[in-house]
Write a protein that binds this ligand. Sequence first.
Ligand code: NAD
Length: 501
Amino acid sequence: MNIKNLLDVLELDSGILGGGSLAVHSPIDGAKLAQVHEHTAAQAAAAVDAACVAFMAWRLVPAPRRGELIRLLGDELRAHKQALGRLVSIETGKILAEGLGEVQEMIDICDFALGLSRQLYGLTIASERPGHRMMETWHPLGVVGVISAFNFPVAVWSWNTALAIVCGNAVVWKPSEKTPLSALACQALFNRAVARFGGAPGNLSQVLIGRREVGEALADHRGIALLSATGSTRMGREVGPRVAARFGRSLLELGGNNAIIVTPTADLDMATRGVLFAAVGTAGQRCTTTRRLIVHESVADDLLARLKKAYASARIGNPLDIGTLLGPLIDEAAFEDMQAALAKARNEGGTVFGGERQWAEQYPQAWYVSPALVEMPAQTAVVCQETFAPILYVMRYENFEDAVHMQNDVPQGLSSAIFTNDLREAEIFMSAAGSDCGIVNVNIGTSGAEIGGAFGGEKETGGGRESGSDAWKAYMRRATNTVNYSHELPLAQGIKFGEDV
Ligand code: NAD
């Protein structure tokens, strides 16, 4: 199916494909898909102003009714899952199963948010004063800005938007400039849900197509109460201080450098499969991709032999073809970054297996690679940086404590995992003395989180939490209320004030 037919199914006017200044290419073959219009920074500011107006009305709609809009969005996503999943694959190069999986994740978060719309609970708190009651109430926050990365072009928007909308907020979204078509398709589905809902204010969720200047306009705009920004640590370093300078809130979801520890008691079959999916899936372009393997010396040779076999047989090719495990990198710059990291690894004493360009003759404008396994003598400088490509650095360890230390001894803190059948090791890894990451797994890989848990990480990953558990609290403001139903006016802490006056 060509792109125009796909847009028809998604009920998106194919007029959006031409006439603009932003060229969109498919990483599958480098073909130009569209030339879309970009918003200016001034248009971004106007969109935020309009969102502020929408917020003033939406915050007064009862939360369960707001949930109904997200239920309808979930319906639209179910009905359009195949087309949207395919568009995601075409625009990002991820394999179709993963494109469809990403849309399923959107459906899941809509279900979650619908339930949440009846559970935005506050606490009732015992007061120290007689005849008093204390409680917390949670109120809508304002306009939520969303900046998203190319590698999850639709799920990140839905994680934020489904929660933000049931929490009573309006949303303004700036997707990656590499994936505007998927974003425009989401906006069209949202508009359909709004039309079926009836009575929602206009401009409740808007999309702004543009590059970093548009993101900067959101960072600086006082009308954005919360800026949820997903992307590189470099981006977060720029956005975070700008939002903080105006005392706005930010929720940062930045780079990861995720490790799997494999201990002597691990099930090596499971570990091999777990590492393969987490290190090679999405061509190494997930924030939760496994980039470091810390393996006990007693099982290292065995595991490496299995991995090399699995790596050599992983099918690389067109991500729309059934059976492909590894699609292309997003663009030439990503390929250059990968090659530079491999050269650096060699300089730092590494032995590289794989990592070469593939399908160059068939797809001269696309950037397919074989996944790379790199045996390192130690956790050197290159291993401590995130290279957004399928490179797995392998280090050996002797003592478990050293392995945990090595896992933590990088600037990032997103996801981590251990393969072990030793209960003590598993528990230590999950304890205060264990992994310092936001995600800590046992006997599964580092990637592929479910929406039910809070998602995010520590240190240079930014500290934000999105999606499940109580992540919704970031999208609301908390008021502490004290009610005096007595005839007296006692002060807290037993303070007597002016009673003998
Ligand atoms: P990127 O940082 O280049 O761009 C991300 C988004 O930020 C884009 O929309 C971009 O236009 C915008 N942007 C860039 N600079 C900006 C600035 N100064 N001000 C405002 N906006 C700006 O990242 P990418 O290449 O699209 O994505 C890959 C990166 O994203 C990786 O580092 C990956 O780990 C990270 N990521 C993190 C998560 C997570 O949840 N932690 C999820 C997905 C991706």
